[in-house]
Design a protein around this ligand. Structure first.
Ligand SMILES: [Zn+2]
Length: 313
């Protein structure tokens, strides 16, 4: 390739990424520590898998970003936009037609607290068919409430809304159920979380604050004292770096969110004051802000791990 065409190619890709940033927001300016990733999939062959479908999805994304990011400061980052997935286009095609299939989707596409999955498909059966998983009575978009509880949120959007005007905000609304951890609705008609067919775009100060705390509220609070299971290991005083008694040391070396397992991971070292040979490492996986399960082992004996669970006191 000639230098000039390489240059042109670079300019083109800069312009293209600027376009993407304008449309969907750049993730570069956000702090990766608290951004919420949202993956969007279209079931191949569904009504969404068309230029009309993609255009409406694009408008839903723009509206979700405007309401949650521009207005409320909640950091959303959309990816896999317009990627198609092989799959049955009707939720009623799924063998169980219940939350098990949605759970499988969550597993397959690695839904997690930091990775909300949105699937655009043809038909979502009526709420009584998928009783217990739909928290919205209208045939537009659904959030699986069990998965929300498990912090593996999945939103399903029916193509019925393609034919209905004024559904640009349904995605922002369903995201609201997840970000606010609340299946309930507001009575004010101008509010995004009203139950009417005309979804408003307003948020209360309380809703904004709660949504901004969505991710941070999940992080385990290691400033407090935690109990161990088995109890004989004693209480863990993370900040003071000891557990059980003052001879037993514990120190965190790494803490991070693992998208692959959908858990918050804390790794570190334990030891004995005055006995440098008696030491090892641990890895704890937090599946909620107040529970972990994991393992500890002696240094050099990683294949001989023993269980260590714990919870907030
Ligand atoms: Zn709702």
């Amino acid at each position: 390739m000639e230098a000039r065409s390489i240059f042109r190619c670079i300019v083109k890709s800069i312009i293209f990424s600027m376009f993407l940033s304008l449309m969907f927001g750049s993730t570069g300016v956000l702090s990766q520590s608290d951004v919420i990733k949202i993956s969007i999939y279209i079931v191949k062959g569904s009504a969404w898998d068309s230029s009309k479908g993609r255009e409406l999805i694009r408008r839903k994304i723009v509206e979700a970003r405007r309401i949650w990011f521009s207005n409320a400061g909640v950091k959303l980052s959309f990816s896999n936009i317009f990627a198609t997935i092989q799959g049955k286009s009707k939720i009623t095609d799924y063998p169980s037609g219940t939350s098990d299939e949605v759970k499988n989707l969550a597993e397959l596409y690695k839904a997690g607290l930091r990775n909300i999955i949105i699937v655009f498909l043809d038909v979502i059966s009526t709420p009584d068919v998928i009783a217990g998983i739909a928290i919205d009575a209208r045939p537009r978009a659904y959030v699986d409430k069990y998965l929300v509880k498990e912090n593996r949120p999945v939103i399903l959007v029916s193509s019925k809304v393609l034919a209905k005007p004024g559904t640009e905000r349904d995605l922002a609304h369903e995201l609201g159920h997840i970000l606010l951890r609340d299946p309930d609705h507001e009575s004010s008609w101008s509010n995004l979380m009203n139950i009417g067919s005309n979804i408003g775009d307003k948020l209360t100060q309380g809703q904004m604050a709660k949504a901004r705390g969505y991710w941070s509220s999940f992080k385990p609070d290691l400033r407090r004292v935690w109990k161990s299971i088995p109890a004989s290991y004693g209480d863990i005083h993370w900040t003071e770096k000891w557990y059980g008694n003052d001879k037993k040391t514990i120190e965190i070396s790494k803490r991070y969110w693992d998208d692959g397992v959908g858990k918050y991971i804390v790794e570190g070292k334990w030891g004995r004051a005055g006995n440098p040979k008696h030491k090892g490492e641990f890895k704890f996986e937090f599946d909620s802000p107040c529970t972990f399960s994991g393992h500890w082992w002696y240094t050099g004996s990683e294949n001989q791990q023993q269980g260590w669970k714990g919870g907030c006191k």
